[in-house]
Write a protein that binds this ligand. Structure first.
Ligand SMILES: Cc1cc2nc3c(=O)[nH]c(=O)nc-3n(C[C@H](O)[C@H](O)[C@H](O)COP(=O)(O)OP(=O)(O)OC[C@H]3O[C@@H](n4cnc5c(N)ncnc54)[C@H](O)[C@@H]3O)c2cc1C
Length: 460
């Protein structure tokens, strides 16, 4: 088929107004807000139903055209860039919240449902339930986040968001529609277990093994009250111990860390934000008390202490998602930032922070660190973040160098780069034992024999 024929075939599937190959429409799909080189797509399509996705993929597979599933393209590491051209499948018209099972605490959503939509829906219809909300802008999709093993405000208690999945519907590269979990046998989407769990063949694969069209996701109790305590230390070596003690109390909803050179009052300290929730003041007080006593001797030794928060600071800390993180993108007045999220053992916190300081100073860039404890301290996400000004090639180059060095530093300290950009994915594949890389290669070619699914990602 020539390009005109492909266009016609796509229009027959989704309708003329939901397919485009115009330069103006393709511009935004050729890049993401990070620093990866843009590449132009041939088409963008916006399907509304799983059957439409199925037909698009069947066409692409027959014609050997790459397909790139995209949510809001906010991963910042070039994961939706059409490196080999092809069809970007923007899933955001598939935005139905299909079902909430209140008692079994799960929701079933289509692939284009955004975090903002799900949060607003739950707040209105099910105020005692919530999903694990990342700090990403509200336009980011929930499924996009699952595909990159994202983490939200419940990660400390329940782990990566992808481990909260209770079922998946997937369109394979052949166009077959597959369901995984209890939804494969009946109408309930409550659990992946006790089957073997093929969901791992899709989660974390960046769309290189299939397109998720529906997902079941666990919901959790949302308490009426929420508060934050900020513990401050000067010595970063103390951070793992603080986290260990606080997680031992099992009283915190979320634990995040931050360090940044500006404003000056934040320089040379590490802040550990400890979030507590409760349905009543008494519950909050009880949790606060246990957390304070777990840190009592560190406070007594004057090695750390709780910060008194001015009301406006407290509001900023309690915002969900925190707009301060997005605002960091404009530190250089250019609206851009990149970050390497390193998944590290908690013990490596101070080593990672030292690396961040070294990288920032070597490259003369400003930086910010935010981190999130995952699963009671089993590991954490440690971000090395650098802003840049899109109008200033020099600042972009500095940020690019700093981010590359951060990926390498992550590996050096025994961490795993989270949602790495394709060149770093290749470094990881080269670094792992040949047999492991070979296994991943076999899985990918089994599920995508013609190499059409988000090419460039997890390619061996
Ligand atoms: C300011 C800021 C803060 C952030 N904070 C966080 C945070 O706290 N925690 C966190 O986890 N993330 C965070 N992120 C990263 C990211 O924005 C989120 O994880 C977001 O939810 C990703 O969703 P998306 O719709 O942008 O995904 P996309 O970038 O569109 O997609 C991500 C990957 O999944 C693939 N994909 C998308 N949809 C599908 C599908 N239906 N089937 C198969 N593959 C698919 C894409 O091809 C791509 O490879 C942050 C980003 C920014 C800009």
């Amino acid at each position: 088929m020539n390009k005109k024929e492909v266009h016609k075939a796509l229009a027959e599937i989704v309708g003329e107004e939901y397919v485009s190959d115009s330069k103006e429409d393709l511009y935004i799909y050729s890049r993401d807000p990070g620093l990866a080189e843009p590449h132009e797509a041939d088409f963008v399509v916006l399907p509304k139903t799983v059957e439409e996705v199925q037909k698009i993929v069947q066409l692409a597979n027959k014609e050997r055209i790459p397909v790139i599933p995209a949510g809001a393209s906010l991963s910042l590491s070039g994961l939706t860039i059409p490196y080999k051209g092809g069809i970007v499948i923007d899933l955001r018209r598939m935005d139905k919240i299909i079902e909430v099972n209140r008692r079994s605490r799960y929701v079933v959503i289509e692939a284009g449902v955004t975090h903002g939509k799900l949060k607003a829906f739950l707040e209105e219809q099910y105020p005692d339930l919530c999903h694990s909300l990342p700090e990403a802008p509200p336009s980011a999709t929930v499924v996009g986040n699952l595909m990159i093993h994202g983490q939200g405000h419940l990660a400390q208690q329940y782990g990566f968001n992808s481990s909260m999945v209770t079922g998946l519907e997937i369109v394979l590269s052949s166009g077959e529609i597959c369901r995984i979990g209890s939804c494969a046998l009946g109408s309930y989407w409550f659990s992946l277990e006790p089957f073997p769990i093929p969901a791992g063949l899709f989660l974390g694969w960046f769309g290189a093994t299939g397109i998720v069209t529906k997902a079941g996701l666990r919901l959790y109790p949302k308490k009426k009250l929420r508060d934050v305590e900020v513990f401050v230390v000067e010595d970063p070596n103390l951070v793992p111990e603080v986290i260990y003690r606080v997680t031992h109390t099992e009283m915190a909803e979320d634990i995040t860390t931050s360090a940044q050179p500006y404003p000056l009052m934040f320089r040379d300290i590490v802040m550990i934000q400890i979030y507590i929730t409760g349905d009543e003041e008494e519950e909050l007080e009880f949790k606060r008390k246990l957390i304070w006593s777990s840190l009592r001797d560190i406070i007594n030794s004057k090695e750390g202490g709780f910060m008194t928060l001015a009301p406006n600071m407290k509001i900023a800390f309690l915002e969900r998602p925190m707009s301060n993180i997005t605002r960091f993108a404009d530190v250089l007045k250019g609206g851009g930032f990149v970050y390497c999220g390193a998944i590290i053992p908690i013990d490596m916190f101070s080593t990672a922070l030292k690396k961040l300081f070294e990288i920032a100073s070597r490259n003369q860039v400003t930086f910010s660190h935010t981190g999130r404890v995952i699963g009671r301290g089993h590991c954490m996400m440690f971000s090395f973040a650098y802003p840049f000004n899109r109008e200033d090639p020099e600042s972009m180059e500095k940020a690019r160098k700093a981010i590359q060095e951060s990926y390498i530093a992550t590996l050096e300290i025994g961490g795993i780069p989270w949602k790495p950009e394709p060149p770093i994915q290749r470094v990881l594949l080269e670094k792992m034992p040949r047999e492991t890389a070979e296994l991943l290669k076999r899985i990918r070619s089994l599920l995508d024999p013609n190499g059409i699914m988000n090419p460039g990602n997890w390619s061996v």
